[in-house]
Write a protein that binds this ligand. Sequence first.
Ligand code: PLP
Length: 394
Amino acid sequence: MVKINESLLHMDENNIFKNVTLKVSEYKKNNPNKKIISLGVGDVSKPIVKPIIDAMHEAVDDLSNSKTFKGYGSYYGYDFLKEKIIDNEYKDFNFSLNEIYVSNGTKTDSTSILELFDINSKICITDPMYPIYRDGAASLSRKVFLLDIKDDLPVIPKEKYDIIYICSPSNPMGIAYNKDYLKKWINYAMKNESVILYDNVYSAFIESKDVPKSIYEIENSKKVAIEFKSFSKNASFTGVRCSYYIIPKEIKDNINIIWKRRTINRFNGADYIAQKGALASFLPESQRLIKDNIKYYKKNAKLLREVFSNCGFHFIGGIDSPYLWVKIKENKNSWEIFDFFLKKLNIIIIPGIIFGKNGDNYFRVSSLGKRKDVIEAIKRIEEYYNEKNNTSIK
Ligand code: PLP
C-alpha cells in the first residue's frame, strides 16, 4: 500500500484558507443580506498599471508570431529582466547575473530554497511568522525551531541555528527592522556560519529612513544573506506571478553552480509574459503609477491606524508595511475576536493564532483593500467602540 509523505501532516491546522475562508463562507451562506467587508487577506486591490498591461499585451503578440515566439525560456529568468532588476534594485552591490534568479513567487521561493541546505539544518523561524515558512519547512521534513517574539522584536538567540528566516517589513506584525538591529543578525550569522533568508516582498512600503531597502545595505550581508523580492505587492502581480532572489556567491564557493543544477531539474522558468510585464514595471511611468498605488494603500493604513488608536487599541505597524498588528483588548482569544468582528461588525480580520501561538492575543488588519471598504469598516468599528465607550465587549 502506498504511503503518504507524513511530513505533510506536520503542517499547521490553522490555515487562513482552511479556517477563515470556511467560516466566512458559512456565515455568508446563513446571512446572505449582510455586507461583509474584508480587512483580511493580503491580496492587493489596485489593478496593474497601464504600461505594464501594454507590455504584457505585446508579449502575448510575440507568442503569436514565429519570428518572436518564445518557448522554454531560461531556468533562472531572462537576462533582460535580471539586468533591469540589478540596475534598479542592486546597483551599488555589484551582483552578477549569475547570482540572481527570477521565479514565480516568493511563496514558492522562500520554501524551495531550503533544498539548498542540508536536511538536518536547524531552521529558526520567529513566532509569529508568515506561516508558509513554518509549514513549507515542515512539509520538507526540516527541523524547525521557533523564536518567540514577545513585544515587537525577536531577541537574537544564544543558540546556533543554521538557517534564519527574517521577514522585514514583517507579515504579520507590520513593522520593519532598522539597520542597527539587522546588523546584529548579520553578526550572529557571521559568528554562527548561518544563512539568513531575508523576505523583503513589502520593500515598496518602506518609508522609515533607518530601514534598509535591501539587506545588502548592511555590511557583510553578502556573506550570509539571501534576499527575496516579488512584484506581487508593488506591481499588483499577485495573479500574474513573478519574483526574484539573490544568492550571493560570497556565501559559499560553488553555491550558484549547485543551485542552478537543482533549478534546472525542478523549474522550467518563469512565464515570458510575466517577465515582460515585470520589465515594464521599471519604466518611469509605471514607477510613478506604482508609487501612487502604494500611497493609496498607505492612506488606508493611516486611516486604520487612526481608528484603532481612537478606539483605544494598542497596535504596531502600518507605516513601513501594509499590515497593522492589533492587540486584543477584550478578554478574548484571536478566534473569538475574529468571530466577534465577523458576526457583530461584519468585518473580516485575520486571527493572530494563524501566525503562531504568540499571535493569539492579536489580530492582523490589512490596508491593501479598497478605500470605500476601509472607510465603511472604520465607520462600523468607530460606531461600536465609541458606543461602548471603550468598555469590554459584552
Ligand atoms: N512573503 C510574505 C511575507 C508574504 O506576505 C507573501 C504574501 O502575502 C509572500 C511572501 C508571497 O509572495 P508572492 O506573491 O511573490 O508569492
